[in-house]
Design a protein around this ligand. Structure first.
Ligand code: ADP
Ligand code: ADP
Ligand code: MG
Length: 471
């Protein structure tokens, strides 16, 4: 039995993990670095330990021992996909809430994972180490150790390959400390569809259905939903079986995600496997009633999955919007500042997983994800209406953010038709046009000490999103 867990993360995911631990009557220990001294995940836990870095596995394991934690939850990002934390836990006799180090290592390597999946009979996107044949173009240069959409380059012509590989390699070396890159066939107008999987330490593996994640910017998701509008019963059965085969191929333990790309004619290919809780896991929770963090804890305790594939029956439709401190109209540049007003939406079928509140300081130190707004409704149409309403109710002032942009995307007729793919935002430049009226709240915040100029094309550095109620 796990009695105390150190949460090796920050922000919304640290708080979300804490919610489940409290329900399970498990104590939570937070960790924080200097810039996070006043962050909400610190008082949310039962105890908190100052650390120098979220990326130092030894320091985190030392903190766990000092505070008497018997397990560590890595969250996502940071050390969640690095075998080091899992290894250090093993050495120290602490339970790592996640897969074994060898699984993390082989699935963190995009070439190795593809090799393993191919031999398990799972279809993979064709790829090459170096020069692909001329017929393969366009191609995508990818980082072997990549993640978060970083280190990718689209190459249309063979003559541009060498330069793209060199620049992707430099970016990968900085971001992942691994300069290796490879070349993959670029699938045009694909959908990103992934399957949640669960595996226990007794050899049971199931999938918990799909998530549609095709609305992306810079190869990173911003809106996710389940079920996917691309899904038929047959396709779900085929992709679900491939996801379970992928899980079995590595005797996966814990919660994981098998990512696929679906081409316009309905063929699907394995993209990668993420050996951790996914940012968008809440949509799966909303439609299945499972608490995936609870499942992770039970699996880590060595318990068996208490249900089989046939016992799971998702209900309704769920959608998530990622609320980022970024300016979509300015190429999604990250924004910083202090949150002056934070009025969260509520009401039937609305869930907010947030890492911030009033007075929170948003800095350049960390990923700009502030919160996730999740809705559930009986149908996709109703979920869209609910999401529109919840976004319109959301008042977040002091830091520029993407709330208004998300509202425009959700309101787009092509989005509501469900015929979406990863090129959606590129096809809709009009969604990036800001209305010229300066909203009332912007003026309010400007008077509270934000940026003073609020005229013409120069928008204040405090963007507002709750203005639909006034217009
Ligand atoms: P998800 O894959 O769960 O949909 P993202 O791709 O947005 O979510 O990644 C979640 C977080 O983890 C982001 O902060 C991202 O920058 C970070 N991340 C993902 N993969 C890696 C990686 N291989 N190395 C470092 N950070 C990563
Ligand atoms: P990361 O580890 O950064 O998440 P992925 O391999 O999962 O990298 O790819 C991220 C996104 O990039 C996908 O969701 C998809 O939109 C796009 N992508 C990746 N590979 C391909 C491909 N071969 N063809 C077209 N798009 C791709
Ligand atoms: Mg991915």
């Amino acid at each position: 039995m796990i009695r105390k867990v150190l949460i090796a993360n920050r922000g919304e995911i640290a708080i979300r993990i804490g919610h489940t631990l409290r329900e399970m009557e498990i104590e939570a220990v937070a960790v924080f670095t200097d810039p996070d001294e006043h962050s909400l995940h610190v008082p949310a836990a039962d105890a908190a330990c100052h650390i120098e870095s979220y990326l130092d596995a030894r320091e985190i394991v030392r903190a766990a021992k000092e505070y008497g934690a018997d397990a560590i939850h890595p969250g996502y990002g940071f050390l969640s996909e690095s075998p080091s934390l899992s290894e250090e836990c093993e050495k120290a006799g602490i339970i790592f809430i996640g897969p074994r180090p060898d699984t993390i290592r082989s699935m963190g390597d995009k070439l190795e994972s593809k090799r393993m999946m191919k031999s398990a009979g799972v279809p993979v996107v064709p790829s090459w180490d170096g020069n692909p044949p001329a017929s393969a173009y366009p191609v995508l240069v990818k980082a072997v150790g990549g993640g978060g959409g970083k280190g990718m380059r689209l190459v249309e012509k063979a003559e541009d390959l060498a330069e793209a590989m060199a620049s992707a390699s430099r970016e990968a070396s900085k971001a992942f400390n691994d300069s290796r890159v490879f070349v993959e066939k670029y699938i045009r107008r694909p959908r990103h569809i992934e399957f949640q999987i669960l595996g226990d330490s007794h050899g049971n593996h199931i999938h918990v259905f799909e998530r549609e994640c095709s609305i992306q910017r810079r190869h990173q998701k911003i809106i996710e939903e389940t079920p996917s509008t691309a899904m038929t019963l047959k396709l779900r059965e085929e992709m679900g079986a491939a996801a379970v085969a992928a899980a079995k191929a590595v005797d996966y333990r814990g919660a994981g995600t098998v990512e696929f790309i679906l081409d316009p004619i309905g063929s699907f290919y394995f993209l990668e496997m993420n050996t951790r809780l996914q940012v968008e896991h809440p949509v799966t929770e909303m439609t299945t009633g499972l608490d995936l963090v609870r499942e992770q804890v039970l699996i880590a305790e060595g318990q068996r999955l208490s249900y089989r594939q046939a016992d799971l029956h998702p209900v309704g439709h769920s959608m998530e919007c990622r609320i980022y401190a970024e300016v979509p109209e300015e190429n999604f540049r990250p924004s910083t500042g202090t949150i002056e007003i934070f009025e969260a939406p509520a009401g039937p079928g609305v869930r907010l997983d947030s890492g911030v509140g009033k007075n929170a300081v948003v800095s350049y130190h960390f990923d700009p994800l502030l919160a996730k707004l999740i809705v559930w409704a009986s149908s996709r149409e109703a979920a869209i209406e609910r999401m529109k309403r919840a976004l319109a109710d959301f008042v977040l002032l002091g830091v520029r953010n993407n709330i208004e942009f998300l509202h425009r995307v959700i309101s787009d007729p092509e989005f509501s038709s469900g015929k979406i793919d990863t090129g959606f935002l590129d096809r809709h430049p009009e969604l990036f046009t800001v209305s010229t009226d300066v909203p009332v709240e912007a003026l309010l915040v400007a008077s509270l000490g934000g940026e003073k100029t609020v005229s013409g094309a120069h928008l204040p550095d405090v963007w507002t999103s709750g203005f639909w109620r006034n217009s």
